[in-house]
Design a protein around this ligand. Structure first.
Ligand code: FAD
Length: 415
């Protein structure tokens, strides 16, 4: 229930700090179940989306995430002409001839996932959540303090406003201030890699196929957009190589890109600005605190090589929303430690598993000491001939395997 408390603070059911993808998804899921939510962000989300700040990242979104985005009303707000489908995926190694191919038809699904520009997704989410009367927006607003008093979480903002709730959700990204204020540690490992992202046009049609080449010191991914000749690229390499690439003339950069993809899509034309991102991985020591739960990058950061960071965060938001709304419907305390523990037990293992798999892949493919390249290539060739293993990998990466939240279940195969 929302209202004004004795001290003049705004009382809601849940306070969410961070209105990125995961914070907005959590807000939408809780509000549709009748909970009053305060959503705080240091930036003006709608303005940032309107200004279309250059974020050339194209995100791979799983069918499970699509279900959740649909439930909060964001999916239908995206122009279908801006949503790419990847039905196939080719993965190969720079050092050797091993190759593995995935095809959604092998698991009787129309698609392995979707490719959407980060800005388009955030804009659709904001439009959907702004429509929700149970969500009060606080932005731009910085968190100043977080306390727990008399069974209530009390959040004060830099502009002097104060909000109280039974539960606070930290969705404020990898450098989460909420997490620090709650005294929860974060074990961080910096990769000696950075990622360069941009949108390119290709001479040959991509055929709805995502392509990923493992390089000696990184990975290059071409992600198929809706336009048959447009791809989002994510190129993870040494930070100094990223700097060198950014200094190249456009044509030299394009030649470098097409050569690294071994001309599989012919000539490449960069069609937008490039941005680069430092890469690391890490995990919060705990996902919960006193009337606090962490979701998304505030809880874990994974390497982008399999495009899972936002997908894991969306699943966190859905799992937490499910646990909280079940408790709310029974009239119990949604910030109770036992309730939050259910969420932590549910999600932490899955998130950690994915983080270790990504780190393992990165290590496996960047080590060049013989006989590792030979064994790696053999492994790729053998796996390519093992349908059950490939099916498992595909379904896991699509987010449709394991203990997933009800709202994420793919009821019918969406196209
Ligand atoms: C190159 C690259 C490619 C990627 N590709 C993919 C992909 O294909 N698929 C995929 O699933 N994932 C991908 N990811 C990962 C994905 O982008 C992130 O996991 C996801 O965006 C995290 O979302 P979030 O909402 O948890 O955090 P964030 O996006 O970091 O949002 C945090 C929000 O909190 C706000 N905030 C921060 N501090 C405060 C504060 N003190 N007070 C108030 N508000 C605050 C910020 O303004 C921001 O709006 C990729 C990442 C990179 C770097």
């Amino acid at each position: 229930m929302a209202g004004v408390s004795k001290q003049g603070s705004h009382a809601v059911d849940v306070i969410i700090v961070g209105a990125g993808i995961t914070g907005q998804v959590a807000a939408g899921l809780l509000a549709r179940e009748g909970l009053q939510v305060a959503l705080i962000d240091a930036q003006e989300t709608a303005k940032a989306a309107q200004d279309a700040l250059p974020d050339p990242r194209a995100l791979a979104i799983t069918p499970a995430s699509r279900q959740i985005l649909d439930a909060v009303g964001a999916w239908s707000r995206m122009d279908p002409r801006r949503i790419g489908h990847f039905r196939k995926m080719d993965v190969w190694d720079e050092n050797g001839r091993g190759e593995i191919h995935f095809d959604s038809a092998d698991v009787c699904r129309p698609t392995l996932g979707y490719i959407i520009e980060s800005t388009i997704l955030t804009r659709a989410l904001t439009a959907a959540i702004r429509n929700e009367s149970r969500v009060s927006w606080y932005q731009p607003a910085q968190l100043r303090s977080l306390d727990v008093e008399s069974g209530q979480a009390v959040v004060s903002l830099d502009d002097g406003r104060c909000i109280t709730a039974r539960l606070v959700i930290a969705a404020d990204g990898k450098d989460s201030l909420t997490r620090s204020l709650a005294g929860i540690g974060f074990v961080r490992h910096e990769y000696e890699q950075a990622a360069l992202a941009c949108i390119v046009r290709t001479e040959k049609a991509h055929g709805d196929t995502a392509r990923q080449r493992f390089l000696s010191d990184g990975t290059l991914a071409f992600l198929p957009m809706n336009d048959a000749h447009e791809c989002g690229i994510v190129w993870s390499i040494l930070p100094e190589q990223v700097q060198a690439l950014l200094k190249l003339e456009t044509t030299a950069f394009q030649r470098e890109l097409e050569a690294t993809l071994e001309m599989r899509l012919g000539a490449v034309t960069a069609s937008g600005p490039s941005m680069h991102y430092p890469l690391g991985h890490g995990s919060a020591e705990r996902y919960i605190g006193d009337r606090l739960a962490l979701i998304g990058d505030a809880a874990h950061v994974v390497h982008p090589l399999a495009g899972q960071g936002a997908n894991l965060g969306i699943l966190d938001a859905a799992a937490l929303a499910q646990v909280v709304t079940e408790t709310y419907r029974r009239g119990r305390d949604i910030g109770d430690r036992q309730v939050l523990r259910r969420y932590e037990r549910w999600r932490r293992g899955d998130d950690q598993f994915m983080m270790h798999v990504m780190t393992g892949f990165k290590e496996l493919f960047t080590r060049q000491t013989p006989p590792l390249p030979q064994l790696r290539n053999l492994g790729l060739r053998i796996t390519d001939r093992l349908p059950p293993v490939k099916h498992y990998l595909m379904e896991y990466a699509m987010g449709i395997r394991g203990d997933i939240p009800d709202v994420a279940r793919v009821r019918e195969a969406p196209g």
